[in-house]
Design a protein around this ligand. Sequence first.
Ligand code: AMP
Ligand code: MG
Length: 415
Amino acid sequence: MLSVSDALSQVLAKFKPLDAEWVPTAYAAGRVLAQTVHASLDLPPFPNSSMDGYAVRAADVRAASPATPALLTVIGDIPAGAVPSMVVRPGCAARIMTGAHMPQGADAVVPVEATDDSRSTGGGPLPVAVRVLKAVEAGEYVRHQGEDMKAGAEILRPGMILRPYDLGMLAATGCSKVSVVRRPRVAILSTGDELVPVETEPGPGQIRDTNGYTLGALVRKYGGEALMLGAAPDQADAVDRMLGEALEQAADVIVSSAGVSVGAYDVVKAAVERRGVLSFWKVRMRPGKPIVFGRLGAVPFFGLPGNPVSAVVGFEIFVRPALLKLSGRTRIDKPVVSVLLTETWHSDGRESYLRAVVSREDGRYVARSAGGQGSNMISALSAANALLILPEGVTEAPAGSTLRAWMLDWPEEVF
Ligand code: AMP
Ligand code: MG
């Protein structure tokens, strides 16, 4: 039987980033960039003022102070968006607003607060002359053309996850569309004669199909598009039809749950083998030992176990990194912390993923059980914020020792 890490290497070897698509930049946050972006222009595109004030020649105000103000003739007004036509000659100044184009001749801006002009702040009339009460250096309060970025500079590279902060930069350089890696289309199907849809009152011996809900949401959490196919009964023909539907819908990956164990009605493996091949069907892990990986034609297939906790653990270990790789991500490791145990944990020597509540106490992360550890117990899974990892070969982790834990709710840069 394969170890988790050997199985994961086999899985990841079969995935590479999907092709690219163009999306509106406004909706591209969280997507993986598939192109190099170059600045199409200098930013700022022209020298402009960083303050509301007066554009001056620094030499004219070198000796200015409240006691010895420099008196300058005001020759014009430059609101933001205007193209100034005046030339600021010695002894002159032009009123200028933040973001407005610097006029010729001026090499600095005096903020309005450093002048005797108290009216301009409220949109007052242009004064005839202004007294400057403070010296400024040449270049002061001027934003220089290209100081932020130069035309032609490489500003974003393929493989980056676009963040809200990047979108403004793309907008500034005129990119209203960007090329990003396509989202994986993931078909989700449940199998089992006992399953009824969530809206249906279960009859005797029946339960609701809960895995579909969890797995669909996990697909979306990790940036995929979930194609919800519903549940098939435990018959190879019915499962085969549903797999056919997944292929018709152009799924990039197919994920099923249940029917992969050694029970008399576990028909999923046989159904997969009709259309493709199985790479493995058991992994030394707990929960979730019966877990299938294979392909239908060229489409990778994951057959997760039916127990809801096993299905989730199998998804987090194998499907999640596969989806991130398909999405063009380079960092695919799950956020992990070292946690202090307050109780003793047991397992059977298989690599184990136990449901825990991790909290921060006295500067460290401390783990407690989230409840019953049965692989059917969805309440403990819902209460958990971490999966505590008992490594292979470890049967007891005593209170006071530390283990690694996967944090379920930590952000993973996915929207
Ligand atoms: P199996 O892997 O088919 O042996 O199923 C293992 C357990 O998981 C059984 O108790 C099933 O009833 C349960 N199970 C299977 N599929 C689902 C599902 N979609 N939602 C909830 N429980 C399920
Ligand atoms: Mg079953």
